[in-house]
Design a protein. Structure first.
Length: 294
């Protein structure tokens, strides 16, 4: 938002706020969505703020707007995946509730897409025969919707504390430095997501992103890009076809050459323009790295 929206303001931004309030069940009176921030709209904003324990000032600033957006997302409106800052909202809570009822526990039903929720998504995907990428996109949401009659209306509670370790190789990510080096723009997009995903899974992960290799000889280095390295450069190249598990290819690349600490991962150019493809590539790279570290 450019600035807070408050009493007397008019226009499309006010209409957006009113539509979200209506979707949440607030009464805007006979005028409904009229683009004018007065009367029932002002009262509805204050009621919403009171319900969410926000400052009850009747003004829609960044905090109130973020809460409105979170409250009006429905499952399937956006991709849900593990990242920093964590995604949160009603759609995440719905996802968690469905997975909990179906037997894929997410821990506390808090509406925050953290490591346990991602793990539950991955387990569900494996169970129903979908690509295991931890991303709740169209296919995963569709599979959940086909099971709507099983989980809807059931008690979504699950044990708040899970004893299993968090996603992937958390201990290894703390112990071993991981250097992600991008060689082009498509590599930059994926590299940033790998680092973000590693930190979301393990906040103490020793991960860096750069366009030049780091100086730590003990670090595991993964170069990422669309263009392969020059033929004269003796570097294992890992291609990631969509239908092939990444872990085996990473293990083969690192173990084929004793002492290997650096590989090149070839990603497809379309990932720059496809959020799901970019995140899926990052997930597979981190899975491969963690297979090596484990």
């Amino acid at each position: 938002m450019v600035g807070p929206i408050s009493r007397g303001d008019r226009g499309p931004a006010v209409e957006d706020i009113q539509q979200r309030l209506l979707a949440l069940g607030f009464d805007l009176g006979p005028t409904g969505v009229d683009g004018v921030f007065l009367g029932q709209t002002l009262a509805a904003v204050r009621s919403f703020q009171r319900e969410r324990s926000l400052s009850e000032d009747g003004s829609v600033g960044d905090e109130t707007w973020a809460a409105l957006v979170d409250a009006t997302f429905r499952l399937g409106d956006r991709l849900l995946y593990l990242k920093i800052p964590y995604l949160h909202g009603v759609d995440v809570r719905t996802l968690q509730g469905a997975l909990n009822v179906l037997g894929f526990p997410c821990g506390e039903l808090d509406g925050i897409f953290g490591a346990f929720t991602e793990r539950a998504v991955r387990e569900f995907q494996a169970n129903v025969g979908l690509p295991v990428d931890g991303i709740a996109g169209a296919d995963t949401v569709g599979a959940l919707e086909r099971l709507h009659h099983v989980w809807y209306g059931k008690d979504p509670s699950a044990p708040a504390a899970l004893t299993a370790t968090a996603a992937r190789a958390a201990d290894a990510l703390r112990r071993v430095a991981l250097s992600i080096v991008y060689v082009d723009e498509c590599g930059r997009e994926v590299a940033a997501r790998v680092a973000n995903l590693a930190l979301a899974a393990e906040p103490a992960a020793r991960v860096s992103v750069s366009d030049v290799p780091g100086r730590d000889p003990a670090a595991l280095t993964v170069r990422v890009g669309c263009a392969r390295p020059p033929a004269g450069e003796a570097l294992p190249v890992i291609a990631l076809p969509d239908d092939v598990p990444a872990a085996g290819r990473f293990l083969a690349a690192f173990q084929a050459s004793p002492g290997c600490r650096e590989v090149f991962v070839e990603v497809r150019a379309h990932v720059v323009e496809d959020e799901h493809a970019a995140q899926a590539s990052a997930v597979r790279i981190l899975d491969g790295v963690c297979a090596v570290l484990s």
